[in-house]
Design a binder for this molecule. Structure first.
Ligand code: PLP
Length: 399
């Protein structure tokens, strides 16, 4: 009996992907074991974070790194760092940002629900440009000159949400921001794989980058990476670490916290609300090592075999057209795409799969176009067959 069954909580089959709503993915046994081992000892958290900083710096090419409770947590403490710098009095006032640089510029087409974390730090988002390209009313999106024109003495940072479709290119955004002395924060929470993206955004000029620990990296669901400029990581750390310390006895590693740069010792900061424990930090670092060691090709092959089981099991069904996408590209996530003649057919299947025991969750984001996507990355061994059988059975009733 599983820990869930003992408590009467139904488990699900997750063919939708690493969604937080669906509890993320499946951690590897090595990661879970490392977390259990970590839990058996006490450490000084600032030493652990300094080690995490070195490991994340190695993996990303950034000067420094840090672990918080998610990518959104990284956005919150990263934004706080850009507003306060190393000013302990300013840290104490957050989210009250009166008198601070407190505006964060963002391309209007890159707004999304997660930027609430930026506002939670006390920043005000300043939207620029028009996503004409996305609205279908034109061919352009926000342009670098529009970001440059919006920068004032109140600008704390530019927020850049990285997707394969983001405009303008990050290099161009970094160029106009840096010309005005403004840092760029990149939300790359879900931009892995490809593995090369661990280094890409820093290489393209980002001052801070966030990644989810609980998505493709395969770390604990409540973990995330913040990496970037050493001074900003230090300012973020000071607003996240437990600062209930006696000044005389506090000797943090200087590569994470350089005490000589501080005029005062901050108190508990705005990041305290996104605490990460030693278990999450060790779990994330273990998962990051495994993610890098596995490489895109092996990871892709692992996912592809489940995608092929679903594709092969559904071949010959006439209720939908089917393609396996991303099968040839090791930098992509292979997925099985089912295209029905109508939205109603797609909707009926989604509903039937949710009524299945165990409930099966699929990516229904495009159901209005009659499209359902099966994502293999959170499937347990044997789940792919469960998905196939459930779809075959459901179509018996709905097709
Ligand atoms: C998932 C996601 C986040 C949030 O990441 P967490 O690690 O769950 O906090 C932020 N931004 C984007 C674009 C995401 O996809």
């Amino acid at each position: 009996m599983t820990v869930y069954a003992r408590r009467g909580i139904p488990t699900i089959v997750n063919a939708a992907g690493t969604l937080t709503r669906l509890s993320g993915g499946i951690m590897r046994p090595d990661v879970a074991a490392a977390m259990a081992e970590a839990s058996a000892w006490c450490v000084d958290m600032v030493e652990l974070q300094a080690h995490a900083s070195d490991a994340i710096a190695d993996a990303t090419g950034a000067e420094a790194g840090y672990v918080a409770s998610g990518a959104a947590a990284g956005l919150l403490i990263g934004t706080a760092a850009c507003m306060t710098g190393l000013d302990a009095a300013a840290m104490a006032r957050l989210p009250d940002t009166k008198g601070l640089r407190n505006e964060v510029i963002v391309a209007r087409g890159q707004r999304n629900g997660y930027d609430h974390a930026v506002r939670a730090a006390g920043a005000r988002l300043v939207e620029v440009g028009l996503p004409d390209r996305a609205s279908g009313a034109g061919v352009r999106d926000t342009e670098p000159w529009e970001i440059a024109a919006a920068i004032t003495d109140a600008t704390a940072a530019v927020l850049y949400v990285a997707t394969s479709n983001s405009r303008p290119p990050l290099r161009d955004v970094a160029a106009v921001a840096h010309a005005a002395g403004v840092p760029v924060i990149v939300d790359a929470a879900a931009e892995l794989p490809p593995q090369a993206n661990l280094r890409r955004f820093i290489a393209e000029g980002a001052d801070l980058v966030v990644y989810s620990g609980g998505k493709a990296i395969g770390g604990p669901q409540a973990s995330g990476i913040l990496c970037g400029r050493r001074d900003l990581i230090m300012a973020a750390a000071l607003q996240h670490l437990d600062m209930d310390v006696l000044s005389d006895f506090w000797e943090p590693p200087a590569r994470l916290i350089d005490r000589s740069a501080l005029t005062g010792l901050p108190r508990q900061g705005i990041g305290r609300t996104c605490k990460a424990g030693k278990e999450e930090i060790i779990g994330l670092l273990t998962a990051l090592d495994l993610f890098i060691a596995e490489g895109d090709a092996t990871r892709h092959a692992r996912w592809l075999s489940d995608a092929q089981v679903m594709r092969d099991g559904l071949t010959g069904r006439h209720a939908f057209a089917m393609v396996l996408t991303g099968g040839e590209n090791v930098e992509a996530v292979p997925k099985v795409v089912l295209r029905f003649a109508s939205a109603d057919h797609a909707r009926a299947l989604v509903a039937a799969l949710l009524r299945h025991a165990p409930a099966i969750h699929v990516d229904a984001g495009e159901h209005e176009a009659g499209v359902i996507v099966l994502n293999p990355i959170c499937l347990r061994p044997g789940d792919a067959t469960v998905v196939v059988d459930a779809i075959v059975a459901a179509l018996g009733h709905t097709a």
